[in-house]
Design a protein around this ligand. Sequence first.
Ligand code: URP
Ligand code: ZN
Ligand code: ZN
Ligand code: ZN
Length: 461
Amino acid sequence: MRTLIKDGMIVTSEHEFKGDILIEGTKIQALGRNLRVEADEVINAEGMYILPGGVDQHAHFSFEFMGQRTKGFETTNAAALGGTTTVIEFVNQEEGKGLVETVEDYKKEWVEDISMVDYSFHPVITNPTKETFEDIKNLPSAGYPTVKLFMAYKGQFFHSDDEAVTNALLEAKDAGVTVMVHAENADLIELMQKRAIAEGNTDPYYHALTRPPIVETEATERAINLARFAEAPIYIVHVTTKGAVDAIKKAKEEGLPVFGETCTQYLLLDKEYLSRDNFEGANYVCSPALRDKDDQEYLWQSLKDGWLNAVSSDHCGFTTEQKKMGIDDFRKIPNGAPGLENRLPMLWTYGVEAGKITRSELVDYYAASPARNNGIDHRKGYLSPGYDADIVIYNPFVKKTVTIDDSLNGVDYTTYEGFEQIGECDRVFLRGETVVKDGKYVGQQGQGSFIKGTAYGTAFR
Ligand code: URP
Ligand code: ZN
Ligand code: ZN
Ligand code: ZN
């Protein structure tokens, strides 16, 4: 099967040009101006933008938190609809199991034959034993070149202390594994939460007030210092605030291999959403907490300056019913917000159309850079011959308003409800197969496949 996409504006992370793309089977066969080839289907893409399929390096499916489980890989059609053709999921190490074993079992039970987009995994250390740390060296050959630790969430089984983070860094550096951390000071959060509750402050808004920027800044600085001690690369997930960016910037200026991402919600929303009536504020409870408007400007600029290199969704599909666990106590609200399908259109609307970033920068933050970070950039994130034919035809003429009625996220609200949206994914290819057509999902469950990452994302080499 040969498909020719003609006369679109092809956008790569370096430049854009009007041209054609030939898909042959599952791969991009050729790219250029006026390709003179026969094809089974010719698509006229005049006026459209042609982007590589997105890579969301930070998403949660079937994720258990505070006794509640998010929606799973059966909702990854939402990713496809939003132009994301690869998701990378965090898998918490199970009791009594190694890291590789946990992920292999998780893949069989929760992902294979279900996922509608391609996928990879970040194992999460929850059992900081000698055996676990030794298992880190087995990760690259299994195709998982990252390992994640949560410095936040005291009292949860997946919380890690500095000793665990340091042991992981020491093991990871020679194995070609990148350590990722959720950097927030867990003790400081607990202290402030106890004080808030003692004063009778139980509303969702106190989630933000008890996790002020300093808890993230302090933990980010500490994580970088642990990496400095271990002489290991480190990746800081969901960076939201100036102090944390500045810590990354300072380390980079010293030449240290320190990297960070931010997420769509931190670029677009502020903490006032947590004060919404009727417990609606709970829908915006995620960690780190939403910040202020000036933090958003700083994050956009930090992407442009290269201090942050990717934008993820940190997607969590909890329902409003599940959020009600914390109706009397904000500490019990399961953390996380859905955003799997909104990443590209929101970056397009509020980044590109608003003049904050270029289309090529968008492609870098949402596809190419996450592919590099996770060692899948030999197949994903680029429009080049030989790459997987994961391609988005983006129609910039559509204007609409985000609403849950159009959403495939599987829960009963969307974080971006009421946001104006410019453009939509008119057509999306996953390894050459059409999974979105005329803005509608048309694929099938189980179409996604596992993508093996290679040791150290190229970003670190
Ligand atoms: O609030 C969030 N982000 N929930 C998901 C878990 C995490 O910290 O990434
Ligand atoms: Zn996190
Ligand atoms: Zn997360
Ligand atoms: Zn590579």
